[in-house]
Design a protein around this ligand. Structure first.
Ligand code: IPM
Ligand code: MG
Length: 360
């Protein structure tokens, strides 16, 4: 039997609730398909700050580096907001991405027919939406230097962040974009702000160059402001979107709402080292509903499906989880975020159990 070790990092807020449900799904999928998943749980984010004074200990980083994959819940919360940036919960996530070399973040947004009226957009606008944001994850505005806040001699404070990309960084993310597009509808949109930002002018140039090796994929370009507008105007036009770290952060949140709830979107963060990948829902720790048992575990469960597909080549198991999710939705199971008046609302645990039952 194949044996894989998974670092399970629930984090803060609703993290432990949703990861708890997703972990059961992972175990069950393993049992069904002849793989043993050994889950090693550890603290990250605010939970680690409270226990160890830092959001990510060397020990936990080491665990992540040695594991076959990482499953993460969410980090952060109002409790830790006053802390210095360098030790905020979010740093754990950024450090994991950086140290594991996870430069590509895949964020699929697809509509479930059953949830079409959970979206705030008109059904005819969103019916059939199926897109993937490929977000660069270890560069750009998030990591560029110089960065920080300084106090000038006259007492004025000055804050700086820098959007930086080198040619190799753009090349490798562009390749991921083209490869993903090749397996889908063969259309890649590169999103930049090349009319204003020099970094992204370079981005466009390099993407075009990489595209010469992918003649079968149709490449187009869009400015990020226009893309944000087009996503709500006519989202069906998109297949794969490849973009800078911050742009991808923003556009993927926007894309998630096409599907009805941010509680539905999984993600995979991958790099060039096999056995190094992290899977997490795109939503945050939702401190306002933490501990109430009402969070939607589907994004995390679908992240497990992505793990099986991308890290362990267990395509069949992955599809089975996706189908199980679809089927519980069609049976009428709804957590609060996707429910509507008159419908029975399930708790996080009930939704998890329903998916599990379907899987079995
Ligand atoms: C995300 C989140 C993170 C990010 C935060 C929690 C650091 O918003 O994964 O999209 O900004 O990347
Ligand atoms: Mg985000």
């Amino acid at each position: 039997m194949k044996k894989f070790s998974i670092a399970v990092l629930p984090g803060d807020g609703i993290g432990p609730e949703i990861v708890g449900e997703a972990a059961k799904v992972l175990k069950t999928a393993g049992e069904k398909f002849g793989a043993e998943f050994v889950l090693n749980e550890a603290l990250v984010g605010g939970a680690s700050i409270d226990a160890n004074g830092v959001p990510l200990t060397d020990k936990v980083l080491d665990l992540a580096l040695k594991s076959d994959a990482v499953l993460l819940g969410a980090v952060g919360g109002p409790r830790w907001e006053g802390l210095d940036y360098s030790i905020r919960p979010e740093r754990a996530l950024l450090a994991l991405r950086k140290e594991l070399g996870l430069f590509a973040n895949l964020r699929p947004a697809r509509i479930y027919r059953e949830l079409i009226d959970a979206s705030t957009l008109k059904p005819e606008v969103i019916d059939g939406v199926d897109l993937m944001v490929v977000r660069e994850l270890t560069g750009g505005l998030y990591f560029g230097t110089p960065k920080g806040v300084e106090t000038l001699p006259d007492g004025t404070e000055r804050g700086v962040n820098t959007m930086v990309y080198t040619t190799p960084e753009i090349e490798r993310i562009a390749k991921v974009g083209f490869e993903v597009a090749r397996k889908r509808r063969k259309r890649l949109l590169s999103v930049d702000k090349a009319n204003v930002l020099e970094t992204t002018e370079l981005w466009r140039k390099v993407v075009i160059k990489v595209g010469k090796d992918y003649q079968d994929v149709e490449l187009s370009h869009m400015y990020v402001d226009n893309c944000a507008m087009q996503l709500v105007r006519n989202p069906k036009q998109f297949d794969v979107i490849v973009t800078e770290n911050t742009f991808g952060d923003i556009l993927s949140d926007e894309a998630s709402m096409l599907t009805g709830s941010i509680g539905m979107l999984p993600s995979a963060s991958i790099g060039s080292t096999k056995n190094r990948a992290m899977y997490e829902p795109i939503h945050g720790s939702a401190p306002d509903i933490a501990g109430k048992g009402i969070a939607n575990p589907i994004a995390t469960i679908l992240s497990v499906a992505m793990m099986l597909k991308y890290s362990f080549e267990m395509e069949e198991a992955s599809n089975l989880i996706e189908n199980a999710v679809e089927s519980v939705l069609s049976k009428g199971f709804r957590t609060a975020d996707i429910s509507k008046p008159g419908m029975k609302t399930s708790s996080c645990a009930e939704m998890g159990a329903a998916v599990l039952a379907e899987l079995k």
